[in-house]
Design a binder for this molecule. Structure first.
Ligand code: GLC
Length: 721
């Protein structure tokens, strides 16, 4: 249906019907074919009528072809004008076949596999009746105390932007109207949700517009440039005004400057939360501020349906404001073909064939192996298959490896670490014991683990955070592993056996007490449905680790926020002429993170040589080529992620010491060398000036190319007018 048809439909709608299109309710409000018209609990609780449910615009969290078809059918029977529901859900990193959490996918630096994971998630979701996914989450993160860092791809604006585009392409494909195997994507959480003070979820976000534009906004804009259909507002304030009431953010920036004319949905309850935020005296004012800010859909609260009518009747808002919101929602329904095909791709028989297929699980296993990061290896890895291995720890036999946003993922169907190792090495050489729980343990468990480990040649520790210890509302002030797990490490260290630690966690941790007591550490994050199999592939060397960190691991939580693209300050500690004391430093810990952005080891080694620039200056039209030779100097084939960083030595405002500008992932056989070439242009040198102009300045720059954000020689060049 085109806009003219939609507008004529809107003209047939009553004001109540229009306003009801703007509410999104969760599944319990709808009872599908057994909907008996009774006023159910949720309806009463929310203080709405069943009339509103019959006229509502979208559903949150329904899935399964049967359920969706049933709800849609009943809805169409009760909706006067036959306007279909939009079905939306959190399909963040997989629908039922769960992929690694996005922070892990980020560490793969593999945009192709990231896109493929979103495509597979969309395929499974679409056949199960989902129309829109609340993903990708592209919030930039610098504070591992925040529980939702696991949902982000990390601390770099450029890399996050590349992943944002890859995820949107995967979810939406190139033509959402004709490709029924895709879903509309919803980029979130707009904006800067990843920067709460204290790393405490939902807390205040305070930063200059310049920093917002330089670091936090690029990935949302990248998602818009990739054609994302929907944007979700963040819970937090942006410069003192909650995002859902922030007219500068939502109208001036998102709609006017960025020309976004898609649907804007509030995050859960964010409209009504304007009251506790202290910018709305009551639900009427909350409704007024949100609709004026351009929020089209109110998720899970009822300020709109209860108060917009009176606001129109009092002349406080124009009915055209509501018509615009309704048109954007109906336009999305039309783009998805719901007026003609209200059940879209929902198909019970196909669902059984497609969801959790072997092919999808294999894709998850491949991406999981590339998302793990080898943080330490004193030669104990890869494991030999003829050695006796003791797998010890709370994650040795745990299905809690899907992460906190895995929604429909089945922990029971996840491949546990012990299963993965058994599949490879057979159970005869495998021993196991829990050793302790996540954060509780007994002397008996410890002693049992000690006995088991004493019978083995090598110990594989399986440690980490319960998935409830990260994700939404999962902020932690202490980012170490729980004490009982540190105790387990110490106890088993008494055996002086080769020991590997595999970590299952949703954030960079303070690894003291672990990394300094074992011979190897593999960061597995929450690796998804095939996690145990992927880790076994890595531990036995069938896959060579290639992942690299996209979020710094702090030396301790006292360093946070710690990130690679920081400013130098006027008293840099590592300046050649730095004083002993009066420099920017801590008295008790180093400034540098324990493990930097871009860091990751391999079972082989690589050398970087013959780095050179094609010239020593460029002007606005020219470009420079930076070439470097990378050699696999070890005995095993591997993938290396070559990174290009640029430093602006003197800007109109202070500039980060380094900024990632490009990367390339190359496969090298043992002994093989490849020449990698990067192109440097003036565009990459642009930044936000104090007047918010985005432009470059003539001056001196350094290019660095290397294996991570800390290594790589400086290659100077000039930008000239
Ligand atoms: C949650 C999350 C958001 C999610 C939404 C719907 O509060 O903040 O990311 O999409 O509710 O579940």
């Amino acid at each position: 249906m085109r806009d003219n048809q939609l507008n004529s439909l809107i003209q047939q709608m009553t004001l109540e019907e229009k306003i009801a299109q703007l509410i999104q309710l969760a599944t319990p409000f709808y009872q599908g074919s057994n909907y008996n018209g009774q006023i159910t609990g949720p309806i009463v609780e929310l203080g709405i009528t069943e009339e509103i449910v019959h006229n509502s615009g979208s559903v949150l969290g329904a899935s399964g072809a049967e359920e969706v078809i049933s709800i849609q059918k009943t809805h169409l029977e009760n909706n006067r004008l036959g306007i279909p529901l939009l079905f939306m859900a959190d399909v963040v990193h997989g629908f039922k076949t769960i992929f690694p959490v996005p922070l892990a996918i980020g560490c793969s630096w593999d945009l192709g596999l990231a896109e493929k994971s979103a495509e597979i998630a969309a395929r499974e979701a679409a056949v199960s009746g989902v129309h829109v996914t609340f993903a990708p989450m592209v919030d930039l993160v610098r504070d591992p105390r925040w529980g939702r860092v696991m949902e982000s791809t990390g601390e770099d604006p450029y890399l996050n932007s590349q992943f944002a585009k890859a995820f949107v392409r995967g979810f939406q494909g190139s033509d959402l109207e004709t490709d029924k195997n895709r879903v509309a994507a919803c980029v979130k959480h707009f904006a800067a949700y990843g920067a709460p003070e204290g790393g405490r979820d939902y807390n205040t976000v305070n930063m200059s517009e310049r920093q917002l534009r330089e670091s936090y906004l690029p990935a949302y804009k990248a998602a818009l440039d990739a054609g994302v259909e929907m944007v979700m507002t963040a819970f937090n304030t942006v410069d003192g005004i909650p995002a859902s009431a922030n007219k500068w953010l939502m109208r001036d920036l998102l709609r006017d400057e960025w020309k976004f004319d898609g649907v804007l949905i509030s995050d859960w309850g964010a409209v009504k939360e304007l009251i506790p935020h202290g910018v709305a005296a009551d639900e009427t004012e909350a409704a007024y501020k949100a609709i004026q800010a351009g929020v089209d859909i109110e998720m899970m609260t009822a300020c709109y349906v209860k108060h917009l009518r009176e606001l129109v009747e009092n002349g406080d808002i124009h009915e055209t404001t509501i018509d615009e919101a309704v048109l954007r929602i109906l336009r999305l329904k039309a783009k998805l073909g719901l007026f003609e095909h209200p059940y879209r791709a929902a198909d019970e028989s196909l669902e059984k064939e497609i969801v959790m297929s072997h092919q999808h699980r294999q894709a998850s296993r491949e991406l999981a192996a590339k998302s793990c990061v080898l943080l330490k290896n004193d030669g104990v890895l890869p494991l030999q298959k003829d050695r006796k291995i003791a797998v010890i720890g709370p994650f040795a036999q745990s299905g809690d490896i899907l992460g906190p946003w895995s929604w429909l993922g089945s922990k029971e169907q996840a491949v546990q670490l012990y299963d993965g190792l058994t599949e490879k090495a057979g159970s005869s050489l495998l021993l196991t014991a829990k050793g302790c729980g996540i954060d509780t343990g007994t002397e008996e468990q410890l002693n049992e683990a000690f006995d088991i480990a004493s019978q083995a040649d090598i110990i594989v520790l399986a440690l980490g955070e319960d998935s409830e210890m990260s994700g939404e509302a999962g902020s932690r002030a202490d980012i170490r592993l729980p004490e009982v797990q540190i105790e387990l490490v110490k106890k088993l260290k008494q055996l002086h056996k080769p020991t590997v630690a595999v970590l299952f966690n949703g954030r960079p941790l303070d690894l003291h007490g672990v990394i300094d007591h074992v011979d190897a550490v593999l960061e597995a994050w929450y690796p998804g449905t095939e996690g145990g199999a992927a880790i076994a592939d890595l531990l036995f060397g069938d896959v060579n680790p290639s992942g690299k960190l996209t979020m710094s691991f702090p030396f301790s939580v006292g360093q946070v926020p710690v990130y690679y693209n920081h400013f130098n300050t006027g008293r840099p500690k590592d300046a050649p002429d730095a004083q002993e004391r009066y420099v920017s430093q801590y008295l008790d810990i180093p400034n540098q993170p324990l493990l930097p952005f871009g860091f990751g080891l391999s079972y082989t080694t690589y050398s970087y040589s013959e780095a050179k620039l094609s010239g020593d200056s460029i002007n606005l039209e020219q470009s420079l080529s930076l070439t470097i030779k990378v050699t696999n100097t070890g005995k095993m084939a591997g993938e290396e992620i070559v990174q290009l960083y640029i430093q602006d030595l003197a800007g109109e405002v202070v500039r980060p010491l380094k900024e990632l500008k490009a990367f390339e992932k190359i496969m090298l056989q043992p002994g093989e060398s490849k020449k990698v070439t990067f192109t440097i242009t003036e565009e990459q040198l642009r930044y936000y000036h104090s007047d918010l102009q985005f432009k470059s300045d003539p001056g001196a720059f350094n290019a660095y190319v290397g294996p991570n954000s800390q290594q790589g020689q400086a290659l100077p060049f000039q930008l000239v007018k």
